[in-house]
Design a protein around this ligand. Structure first.
Ligand code: HEM
Ligand code: HEM
Length: 179
């Protein structure tokens, strides 16, 4: 026969449940917080693009950009985009929007390429051998496709979409008030 549960066992079980539920709730919320992930992606692209050899920026500027690009890349970017991605990708299972599923999958593949090549460059740099030049090319070209793809994927809600920006709706509302 089962022994009756003591009240302290029940309350610790309830506590454990509410803790896992709030963690789950927090996790699910991340799936809809795309703005920070998207903004960081653009920050990484702009700071990385300015490092491109063809632009030949003076080293005094380039060294700060490189430092910022690398430090943000291995900290804030990995944390924010990693968390958003791991929660957001579950939408793949349920979504009926085939365009978003396809562009989402492509984004995922390019993110893996771009981030893994970035982490390689962080640790080993471009030493001039064939492998490091190849990895540099992978990083450059994957980021070149990734950035417009993410913009297109998130188009309706993109931080760069002026129609959905707060400033535009603020002025539109004011105009509405005055008429
Ligand atoms: C974990 C994240 C990342 C790390 C650690 C990282 C690291 C680096 C490093 C060390 C370089 C300099 C390579 C060189 O010496 O030429 C670089 C260049 C660059 N990065 Fe990243 N990166 C990361 C993510 C990204 C992302 C997400 C993008 C864009 C969406 C991006 C775009 C670029 C571009 C365009 C360059 C210039 C490539 C070139 O000169 O050929 N990076 N990155
Ligand atoms: C930083 C990268 C990403 C950003 C900023 C982003 C942003 C967004 C946004 C704003 C939407 C809503 C679009 C709308 O309803 O018009 C969306 C939907 C969607 N995304 Fe992403 N996404 C990213 C990466 C990914 C990845 C890696 C995947 C797949 C592994 C993915 C899969 C999906 C799916 C399946 C939907 C449709 C959800 C539905 O049916 O409502 N996304 N994404």
């Amino acid at each position: 026969m089962n022994a009756p549960l003591s009240s302290s066992t029940v309350s610790s079980e309830n506590e454990r449940l509410s803790w896992t539920q709030s963690l789950k709730g927090y996790w699910l919320k991340q799936a809809y917080r795309h703005k920070n992930a998207e903004k960081l992606m653009y920050v990484m692209f702009v700071s990385g693009f300015l490092l491109w050899d063809q632009l030949s920026l003076p080293w005094t500027i380039e060294r700060w950009l490189l430092l910022a690009h690398m430090v943000i890349g291995v900290s804030l970017f990995l944390w924010t985009v990693g968390m958003f991605w791991s929660a957001h990708r579950r939408l793949l299972m349920r979504s009926k929007k085939s365009f978003l599923r396809i562009t989402g999958r492509m984004t995922e593949a390019l993110l893996v390429l771009c981030v893994s090549s970035g982490v390689y460059l962080f640790f080993y740099g471009v030493t001039g051998n064939t492998l490091s030049v190849f990895i540099q090319d992978v990083h450059f070209y994957s980021s070149l496709v990734l950035t417009p793809l993410v913009f297109r994927h998130a188009l309706r809600w993109s931080v760069l979409n002026l129609k959905s920006s707060r400033l535009v709706s603020f002025f539109a509302n004011r105009r509405g008030d005055n008429t």
